[in-house]
Design a protein around this ligand. Structure first.
Ligand code: URA
Length: 210
């Protein structure tokens, strides 16, 4: 069982995260680093996937070799910044089904507003990994998980790059059954809802929109 919060302190992740935080890191490098970190985090979030064995033949002999058991995973990107994490994880788990939840944050109320929802069928039968780089207030993430549960998902994990204590608390209150895996737990949110020290707006930094 994963804990409610897992901070993955692997040196490679921490080094790459520092490069991402630096304000002058170019867009293309930022995206590449996010892709690399997403794969290292995916390693952690999939650590306890159920396994079975399959009879195979190596050039030397037969053996019962380990393979992933059963159900296809569903990866759900919380748009738009989630796509930066999604790409890397999907490269690692190419057979996963993919869904998208479109939520934007109203800059005044900081509340999530839904504009898109498309997920794979039979979510009730799948491990669902929801991805969003920034767990800030937790409002969007909790709302996205509400929607996924509404669509039948009952085995959900949440993968992010940075988390604020406020967001972790919000998720724990709303969805204590959803384990969170992140690369860092930062200090706090500022008055605009940005994570401090953070890395700024992940979507803007990923796509060069500011
Ligand atoms: N979303 C971001 O992209 N960055 C933050 O710091 C908080 C929310």
């Amino acid at each position: 069982m994963l804990d409610h919060l897992t901070v993955v302190k692997h040196p490679l992740i921490q080094h790459k995260l520092t490069l991402m935080r630096e304000k002058d890191t170019p867009t293309a490098v930022f995206r590449q680093l996010l892709r690399e970190i997403s794969q290292l985090l995916a390693f952690e979030i999939t650590r306890e996937l159920p396994m079975t064995t399959k009879r195979i033949e190596t050039p030397i002999c037969e053996m019962d070799a380990p393979v992933l058991d059963g159900r296809k995973l569903a990866l759900v990107s919380i748009l738009r910044a989630g796509n930066g994490l999604l790409d890397g994880v999907l490269e690692l788990i190419p057979s996963a089904r993919v869904g998208f939840v479109g939520l934007y944050r109203d800059e005044e109320t900081l509340q999530p507003v839904q504009y898109y929802f498309k997920v794979p069928p039979e979510l009730d039968n799948r491990l669902v990994i929801a991805v969003d780089p920034m767990l800030a207030t937790g409002n969007s993430s909790a709302a996205a998980i509400d929607l996924l549960k509404g669509a039948g998902a009952s085995d959900i994990r949440f993968l992010c790059l940075l988390a604020a204590p406020e967001g972790v608390a919000r998720m724990k209150a709303a969805h204590p059954d959803v384990p969170i895996v992140t690369a860092a737990l930062d200090e706090r949110l500022n008055e605009k809802g940005y994570i401090v020290p953070g890395l700024g707006d992940a979507g803007d930094r990923m796509y060069g929109t500011k």
